[in-house]
Structures are given as C-alpha cells and as structure tokens.
Design a protein around this ligand. Structure first.
Ligand SMILES: *Cc1c(COP(=O)(O)O)cnc(C)c1O
Length: 478
C-alpha cells in the first residue's frame, strides 16, 4: 500500500515537473538511479525517508516567517508556528535539551548562530548594553569602533582540520578563523587520539572565550564531561558541534559522558548526516543562551525554511523510535566490521580502528595519495572522499587518507558481511593501483594507473550487494 502510494506520488510529481522543465525531471530520475547504483561510503551522507523528502516539497516553502514562534515579523504564520513548535519540542525531547532552535539552514549556519549568541551573551561591554537596551542612537562613531574591537577580538580554541575538526572550528581561512583570534588543538602524534591533558594545557595558556569540540573526520568518541571540565577551568563556553554523530546521540549509542548535550552550553548539528533528516541545521542550548540563539534570524540567518522545519519534525519523530535506535547501533557495529575488515587485510587505520561511524584509512602504505585512492575507487563505483591524516605529508589537497562512513549503507540494510566485503573490495582496488608519473617523468600525486579488469570485478561484486539491499525498495517510477 505505502509502496504503491510513494511510487505513484513520485511518478506523478515528476510528470508535473517534466511539463515545465523536462531536463530537471530527467536529472532527478538519474540521481535516484545513480544513488541506487553506487556504493556510498561518504561519512556525511545518508538517505532520508520518503516521508521526510515529501514534507520538503510543499507550500510551506512559500511562506516568510522571520522571527520566532508567536513573535513574527510577518503576518499569517499560524501554521509555521505549529510546525516550528513541534520540531523544537521533538528535538528537546529527543536530545534532552532545555532549548532547541530549528531554523538554521545548515550545519555551518547553526555554528554561526552559536558564535553570535556566545558573543552577544558573554562579551561584556558598556556599549553592548546600550545596544541591547536599544539605545542604539546614543552610540557615537567612536563607541561603535570600540565595540567592534571588543566584539571582534575574542578567542576560540577548536580542533584542527587535519586532526578531524571542521573548517568552522577556527580554521584560519574560514570566517571562524578570521572573526576570532584562534588557536587549534590536535591529536597525539603517536596514537592519533585526542589528548585531554594537552587540550587543557593549551586552554590554560590561551584562555579562550569559546572551546569547540566535535569533528568531521575523527574516528573515535569524545568524553564531553572532560571537555566541559576544561572549559570551566578557564571560564570558556563549551560549544559542541555534533553534526556528524547526532544520529548516534539520538539513537542512544552515545550516552553518559559521550553525549554532549548535558555538558555543552551550546550543541550545534546538521540534521541530514547520521540523523537521517532533511538537509538542515539546529542549535540546542542551555536556558541562559536561549534568548540570544533566538535572534539568529534575521541577525545571522536568512528567513527560516518552513518546509524544511516541517521535515525536521518528521525526521525527529522517526528518530525517537526503537527502530532508529537499532539503526544507530548498527551504524557503529558496521563501522567496527569495516575497520576489522581492513585490519585483517593489513591496512593502516588512523587511531588503529573506530568506535563511531567513521573509518579513516591511511593509504600511504599502498604507495598512493588520498587523491589517487579516491579517484581509483570511484572508477570502481566506490564513492568515498579523500581526507587528511594527522600531520599529513601530502597537505589538505592531495592528502594521505580516505574517509569512510557507515550511515548511508546501513540505511540500505548492509550488515557485518557486506562491510567486510566492502573492505575487501577497497583493498583490492588500492593494492592494484599504482601511482602515475608527471609529464616530466617524476612521481605524481594525482595520476594513477588502475590494474586491468579491477574496476569490472569490483563493480560486479558491489552490484550484487546493492541489488540485495535496494535503496527505497518498492519505489518504482513509471
Ligand atoms: C558537515 C559539518 C558541518 C557543516 O554542515 P553543512 O550543513 O554542510 O553546513 C559543520 N560542522 C561539522 C562538524 C560537520 O561535519
């Protein structure tokens, strides 16, 4: 019943689209076919449910709703209020958070809202008080100049990009690295693990206003109680960016000191990675930051995407079910199977394994850069992305690693045996790929030669697994 409903709904929607711009309908069909036919190991991607996807395609997209629930700058927002309150209520319940702000359009936007609210809340300045008391006109040009200086020269300590942190955690070229006076902490050069004593020592010396925890490419769990202790010792605000692992928190795989929400002053996230919702972001906050977070739109963000907030509510409703908890546990179990598959075949993993959803494969033992490995794997239908390893000798462009994640294929139903086979296929490709040479005859970091027949062999084996675990089974487009 549901299958045929979904099939006819999408088939008819595509017909409507085709009547206006057939090439978009065609690209949309092709995207489904491509997603169905590839081994998606990109750690930040997933497949949202048809209910989540369909919720995004409605007339809520047409409504402006700047402001917050019950306090809008536009008339006629009663239904948006229903949607936003419900999404926030589900989020608070799901994560046990005192406050949830569901308007951010993406993870980066959520971080900007968090930064803004920390500055507004914590920077002490008589000028700022005047601003907030709305005596804006009392500020002279010189006052504004002082205010800009006080507001803009705060300190932020975050995890470095090559240790697995995100660009928005103080990476110099990113706005976070320009708006803040930043320093970065890394991982232990021997073990690749987070060294809390080293983070604490850096924090004592640097005395940041903001300590950022969270990652995009670190294959281990973080103890957020320890991070909070460090923040408290130096009087910093702890901001945790759980963009990657929010699904593991929602699914109760990360509990106790591994759950950031009770420890962080502000927790930011995406909703579309392991959480498997619509493309979007969210900020969870302790009460003291709620009013400042609420000013996110229109101070930092464009008008809220009501259709996406609606889809967030649907996704959160899915995430509070026992089914989702079982899914989240399988994500972590499958990452272990994948890591073990590599280790038994002699490959090197950063930190020697995983205890979340990420496996970071160091491809230098195959004589390849991350860029060569990524391209060779793609030729064989294996979609991954290259990633730096700690103190990467090949820099951030060529890199020496491949980042792999289990959320997407776990959604398709892959289990232990399939992930062991995935490791086998990847090792097969990489051990049959040779680094190429430059035009001048020197070693190249980009070109490569994939052995004869390898791509066909691997594509065939993955097709068998993909056919066995179809994406959106029952969805047939006419
Ligand atoms: C993916 C990610 C983001 C950015 O999310 P977008 O939705 O792409 O803006 C931010 N922080 C971390 C840690 C991430 O992994």
């Amino acid at each position: 019943m549901t299958d045929s409903l979904i099939s006819s709904a999408y088939s008819q929607a595509l017909e409507v689209i085709a009547s206006v711009e057939p090439r978009i309908a065609e690209a949309t069909r092709q995207e489904l076919a491509d997603q169905r036919g590839s081994l998606k190991l990109i750690a930040s991607e997933n497949y949202a449910s048809p209910a989540v996807l369909m919720t995004m395609g409605t007339w809520f997209s047409d409504k402006y709703a700047e402001g917050t629930v019950g306090h809008r700058f536009y008339a006629g927002c009663q239904n948006v209020d229903t949607v936003e309150s419900l999404a926030a209520e589900h989020a608070r319940e799901l994560f046990g958070a005192p406050y949830a702000y569901v308007q951010p359009h993406s993870g980066i936007d959520a971080n900007l809202v968090a930064f803004w609210s920390i500055l507004a809340n914590k920077v002490e300045s008589p000028y700022l008080e005047k601003l907030q008391a709305k005596n804006v006109n009392e500020l002279s040009e010189a006052d504004w100049e002082t205010l800009r200086h006080e507001f803009g020269n705060q300190r932020l300590l975050g995890m470095s990009l090559d240790a697995g942190g995100h660009l928005t955690h103080g990476f110099r070229p990113n706005i976070s690295g320009k708006m803040f006076h930043q320093q970065q902490y890394g991982t232990d050069p021997e073990t690749g693990l987070l060294d809390y004593d080293a983070v604490a020592a850096k924090a004592r010396e640097f005395k940041p206003l903001v300590l950022v925890a969270g990652y995009s490419a670190y294959p281990r769990r973080v103890n957020f109680a320890k991070m909070r202790e460090i923040a408290d010792e130096v009087g910093a605000v702890l901001m945790v960016d759980m963009a990657h692992f929010a699904g593991l928190v929602a699914g109760k795989v990360f509990t106790g000191e591994e759950n950031p929400v009770p420890y962080a002053h502000l927790t930011t996230t995406t909703t579309h990675k392991s959480l498997r919702g619509p493309r979007g972001g969210m900020v969870l906050a302790q009460e003291e930051f709620a009013a400042d977070v609420d000013r996110g739109c229109p101070m930092v963000l464009g008008g809220p995407l009501s259709h996406v907030m609606a889809a967030k509510a649907v996704a959160f409703a899915e995430a509070r079910t026992p089914d989702f908890q079982a899914y989240a546990q399988r994500i972590a179990d499958n990452a272990k199977s994948l890591a073990d598959g590599f280790l038994t075949r002699g490959a090197n993993l950063v930190t020697g394994g995983t205890d979340n959803h990420i496996v970071l494969l160091d491809v230098s033992s195959f004589g390849l850069t991350g860029r060569q490995a990524e391209s060779a794997l793609l030729d064989a239908g294996v979609v991954t992305n290259r990633n730096s390893v700690p103190a990467d000798p090949n820099g951030a462009w060529y890199t020496s690693g491949i980042r792999l994640g289990t959320p997407a294929l776990t959604t398709r139903g892959f289990g232990h045996d399939e992930f062991d086979t995935v490791a086998e296929l990847i090792v097969d490709v990489l051990s049959n790929t040779e680094a190429g040479t430059t035009k001048a005859g020197g070693p190249s970091k980009a070109s490569y030669v994939l052995g004869d027949g390898v791509a066909d062999r691997v594509t065939k084996q993955s097709a068998e697994m993909l056919d066995k675990h179809p994406l959106y089974p029952g969805l047939v487009l006419s």
